[in-house]
Write a protein that binds this ligand. Sequence first.
Ligand SMILES: Nc1ncnc2c1ncn2[C@@H]1O[C@H](COP(=O)(O)OP(=O)(O)O)[C@@H](O)[C@H]1O
Ligand SMILES: [Mg+2]
Length: 344
Amino acid sequence: MDIRVTGLTKRFGSTTALSDVTMNVPEGSLTCFLGPSGCGKTTLLRVIAGLEDADSGAIMLGDADLSHTPARDRNFGVVFQSYSLFPNLSAAQNVAYGLECRKWSKADIRVRVAEMLELVHLEDQRDKLPAQMSGGQQQRVAIARALAPHPSLLLLDEPLSALDAKVREELRHEIRAIQQRLGITTIMVTHDQNEALEMADQIVVLNAGRIEQAGSARALYDRPRTRFVAEFIGAINTFTVQDPQTDPHLGTLRLRTSEPLASSTVGVRPEAIKVLGDAEEADNVFAATIEKATFLGNMTVLHARLEAAPDQPVVFEAHGPADGLEAGRKLRLGIAAGDVKDLA
Ligand SMILES: Nc1ncnc2c1ncn2[C@@H]1O[C@H](COP(=O)(O)OP(=O)(O)O)[C@@H](O)[C@H]1O
Ligand SMILES: [Mg+2]
């Protein structure tokens, strides 16, 4: 079932951790809460889990209002960053624990534990204690334990952030594959944009306790509504525009956009900036000088200065070694009107 959160507010003393948060997690999807440290991701997850009471707002699972249901009655599976397994119980006993609490029969528990350990590829580790397993294996057990009682929602709080890069990559794929195979509605907290881009159906970008924007990776990348979102998801050049509503100018040049601008801040993704040949035209053409060229193998990162707006530096990329594009070189840069994004 889908999860709907409306008007959630949560304060800790004078800190407002969540401010009027409203969002929806569609059934069977994976939604990532993405944002910098301290923006309220964990608090939002804990309020949804019932581990923390909100000051106001509601949490609905389908048609059922869960706002005042205790955590143990919500039937949600929760996985934390690390060290959440019982250290004195084996992998199999950890997975069995929640089923014993729910008074499952011994026979049912045996079948379910075997099934869950197989799901996370740990059949051969069933009798190991947490301390005898790697961090990645421990997180797999934690996921198996969370999924064992058939939860209606899986909640993961930065489950990969304590793992090294290679294991993190593997587990990203594995969590996503398990989530899709089971079709379980899932919320995962992360501060890692790549993790969110790679795994999520929906990304909810949080900033200082508020939702900046929610949508698919593609929607947030193509149509960021704010500078915060544009800079948090991918890289972007930002420019200040004069007279945005009446006669938009970037420095001394008229700026063409596909729609009228509402704000004076615009963004252009690095890949939308093209080096033009002598006879080539574009909606917006800027004379520029390269200030720095950094060769990185598969691409060269170029820092340039626009003649029309020398105080607003531009960074873009060229494929491969980009012969001839060295510091001091003058060139023309093209930007299509549709690639100029209006940022609040
Ligand atoms: N138990 C608590 N007591 C006091 N302040 C808290 C508590 N939990 C979180 N906060 C504060 O609420 C804000 C959001 O924290 P948190 O949800 O943990 O952020 P994130 O998970 O995005 O890093 C922070 O300012 C944090 O210091
Ligand atoms: Mg957190």
